[in-house]
Design a protein around this ligand. Structure first.
Ligand code: ADP
Ligand code: ZN
Ligand code: ZN
Length: 767
């Protein structure tokens, strides 16, 4: 659509007849099929109301790669002026003007960087002069990013019977005969077929000229996951699984909206239940979305689903190339596949006959998008399922406190699977009090009980997973003389030492080399504190020089498949110890892992956030759940400075209910969710006093607006990370029973339009 002299992309939501005055023409539709069905549009509208973003922002969530086109600026020649006329016009200018003009005549439209490459000097000035003389003009060109990939294929040019007739009567060359015969069996032949048939391009040309075959194009669907497969064995469900499945099936048959919480301990066979439920949905001709919390976990679940459903699956997540994602969507639209597996963004898959949405590990924080629009996948899932009369199944061993509360309050049907399949027991967990270790003079990062566990496990030929919640070599660099901590001057967080020899900020990714002397007092006593994964690895190597070890954290898992390669290799038995950040704690199922060590159970517990206990409990339970999934029962060691905290105590007992009962009392006492809804406003400004002033004004406005309810406003207070990328941050928290009233005031005060305010509805972190 032309806007000024720019071409931009837009959505057509509805059309109506009206006076066309002042309206502009569409340049071209970007697609032959409509992107949005009515339910997708309604979901977008809901997102825009609930999360206070524009409708276009919400709709863009449904579109892979965010935008189908990019426009860029080009300079091009004005054809209305003939070349010799131009020469005349430029006769008083230096030769350079004519050469630049000539360049554009010969090369056609070009961008500024392109032109500058050939004419580095004075380029912009010359171009502007040429524009003022009307010899050239600027225009926006579109660059379609989505490029379907096609392969050349051969097919019959006449109908099959005629083709057969011809083949019978023909006395063609052997190569021609081979090709024609092959085309009788198959509708189309691709390059591979032709190679096998050994026919030359000459042969093909002749048959095309003879009007027997045609050369066409076929769209190729790209999919990095197409090689992943698993072996399908028929598994008969146990009693618990049967019971749960029966409940799901009756709703699937009824074709109405219902939500379920499947609370099943790790290894209770939840995934197997998902597979059976999806099979039933597909039998009804409806479609399924299965969500996992991290891209890295998709391959494992894809393998299990592919074993059962073969090519009926597409994978969708944000790390796919735009082309791959677009091909995936194309396969859904033309009904080549009906099951979508992926991370968060897969909830926006364009499915018109959605039957079920499964959210595995529903408690995971990754289901919330931390950039605008800040939606929670679970909420979007409820909305989509309601509109489509579909099921939502939330699965978890450690449901979020909110979800569990809603299940108890009958908003979701609660289904429980309290046992591991085939009666395997949960691993025994030993808590090691690190204060006690220190009292006994043991200063190692790895306590004696954990050392013994690792030793015995490796001895038996079994494998160990060690979880440390911090990456890098050591957490921070501090001066022992004056206490100065090296921190990022843009972000106000301590810099993390990495073995490569630099200090890195984990927020803005900037890095510096560690100083020899304290920048504050010039003392030489600058020391590394804390333990990161790299440092732990070194210590383990010292204690177990013969153990084969592999580390998995954000620093080792750059590529799309790096995480898979590490896990796969570990599962193959190539290593004794897998060591890493919370990634190692989640989702996988490796039978030979019989021991898990958790180095710092407290690192999450000490976060200044009301969900710290919940996060700790869930991390411990998930990590412990990796042990003993085979025949040998597992053992877990948890190191902590807070063994008496209920999150750790109940975590060590695998007792979700006990944890929940204490946690819910705490939430109630302070009116935290699920007893309230939270809106978080983060106000940003380049200066500290500026941010304070702005935040206080906004808080005051809101207090007036909310009147009686203003007692539910907290703040403004400095964010825990008070500065990111040189911008100061203050938070205001508003608790309410439902968002509609607060949202109204935010809209009225126009806070949602301000670029210096981040609005987070139902924030997962309030720090
Ligand atoms: P969860 O998703 O609850 O962690 P899974 O579905 O991954 O559990 O099951 C754990 C393991 O048990 C998997 O290897 C799975 O193949 C196997 N399994 C699941 N259900 C059964 C069953 N009914 N009988 C035997 N093995 C099963
Ligand atoms: Zn930084
Ligand atoms: Zn110092």
């Amino acid at each position: 659509m032309p806007f000024g002299n720019r071409k931009i992309e837009g959505f057509i939501i509805k059309t109506e007849m009206s006076n066309s005055e002042g309206l502009k023409f569409l340049i071209e539709p970007l697609d032959d099929l409509p992107w949005f069905d009515e339910n997708m549009l309604k979901t977008s509208e809901w997102i825009s109301h609930y999360y206070l973003c524009s409708l276009a922002e919400a709709m863009r969530l449904f579109i892979p790669g965010k935008t189908g086109l990019k426009s860029y600026l080009t300079y091009q020649v004005n054809d209305a002026i003939a070349f010799d006329q131009a020469v005349l016009i430029l006769s008083l200018k230096s030769d350079q003007y004519l050469t630049v003009y000539q360049y554009l005549v010969t090369n056609g439209p070009a961008t500024l960087p392109q032109i500058q490459k050939t004419f580095p000097d004075n380029c912009l000035k010359i171009l502007n002069d040429l524009i003022s003389k009307k010899l050239i003009f600027k225009d926006y060109k579109l660059n379609k990013q989505i490029k379907p990939k096609y392969i050349t294929v051969l097919s019959r040019a006449i109908d099959k019977d005629a083709f057969q007739e011809h083949l019978k009567g023909s006395m063609g060359k052997p190569a021609q005969q081979r090709l024609l015969t092959a085309l009788l069996d198959k509708e189309i032949l691709d390059n591979n077929d032709l190679k096998q048939l050994k026919v030359s391009s000459d042969t093909i040309k002749r048959l095309v000229t003879a009007g027997l075959i045609t050369v066409g194009k076929k769209r190729l669907m790209r999919d990095s996951y197409s090689n992943i497969s698993g072996n399908y064995e028929k598994i008969s469900l146990n009693q618990d699984q049967e019971f749960v499945l029966k409940k799901l099936l009756s709703t699937i048959h009824g074709q109405s909206y219902q939500s379920f919480l499947l609370h099943g301990i790790t290894g209770s066979g939840k995934t197997q239940v998902y597979i059976e439920a999806v099979a039933e949905v597909r039998k009804k001709g409806r479609q399924a979305i299965i969500l996992v919390p991290e891209i890295a976990l998709t391959s494992q679940i894809v393998a299990r689903f592919r074993a059962r459903f073969h090519d009926d699956i597409v994978v969708m997540h944000s790390k796919l190339s735009i082309n791959e994602r677009n091909d995936a969507i194309q396969r859904l639209r033309i009904d080549q596949a009906g099951i979508v597996i992926g991370a968060r963004s897969a909830i926006f898959a364009p499915l018109e006959n959605l039957g079920i949405i499964i959210i595995d590990e529903e408690h995971e924080f990754t289901y919330k998008q931390e950039e605008a629009p800040r939606y929670h996948t679970r909420e979007v899932a409820f909305k989509r399922a309601q509109l489509a009369s579909a099921l939502v199944v939330l699965g978890s061993a450690t449901p979020s406190v909110e979800t569990y509360y809603e299940a108890i309050e009958h908003k979701h049907t609660l289904l429980e699977m309290p046992n591991r399949v085939d009666g395997a027991s949960l691993p025994a967990i030993e808590l090691v009090d690190m204060r006690e270790e220190l009292r006994r003079g043991r200063r190692n990062v790895i306590s004696l009980p954990l050392q013994n566990l690792i030793h015995n496990t490796i001895e038996q030929g079994e494998q160990v997973i060690i979880l440390l919640n911090r990456r890098g070599y050591s957490t921070f660099v501090m001066c022992r003389e004056c206490g100065y901590v090296i921190s990022c001057n843009q972000c106000a967080v301590s810099m993390v030492y990495h073995k490569a020899g630099n200090l890195r900020c984990h927020y803005c990714q900037s890095s510096v080399s560690p100083p020899d002397v304290c920048p504050s007092c010039s003392s030489r006593y600058i020391r590394y504190f804390g333990t990161g994964t790299q440092r732990l690895e070194d210590e383990l190597v010292k204690i177990f020089p013969n153990a084969r070890m592999i580390r998995m954290d954000q620093d080792t898992t750059g590529g799309k498949m790096a995480h898979d390669r590490i896990l796969h290799s570990f599962a193959q038995g190539n290593y004794d110890i897998l060591l890493g950040t919370q990634m190692v704690a989640k989702g996988h199922d490796i039978k030979n892992v019989t021991a898990v060590g958790i180095i710092t159970a407290d690192s999450v517990l000490n976060l200044p956030d009301f969900r710290a206990a919940e996060r700790t409990f869930s991390l411990l339970t998930q990590a412990a759940g990796r042990a003993g999934r085979g025949e040998v029962s597992g053992k877990v060691v948890i190191q902590t400075y807070n063994p008496e905290h209920y999150a750790i105590e109940d975590g060590a007992k695998h007792d979700y209910k006990a944890f929940y009962d204490k946690e819910i009392v705490f939430r109630k006492s302070l009116d935290y969710p699920p007893f309230s809804k939270i809106t978080k406003l983060t106000i940003t400004a380049p200066g500290e006093s500026e941010v304070r002033h702005k935040a206080e004004t906004i808080a005051a406005d809101l207090r007036v607006a909310l009147g009686e309810d203003s007692k539910f406003i907290q703040g403004p207070f400095l964010a825990t990370i008070a500065k990111i990328n040189n911008s100061f941050r203050m938070n205001i928290l508003i608790k309410s029973l439902d968002h509609s009233n607060v949202n109204q005031h935010i809209l009225r005060l126009n806070l949602h339009m301000r670029p210096d305010i981040i609005i987070d509805i139902d924030p997962l972190n309030v720090m």
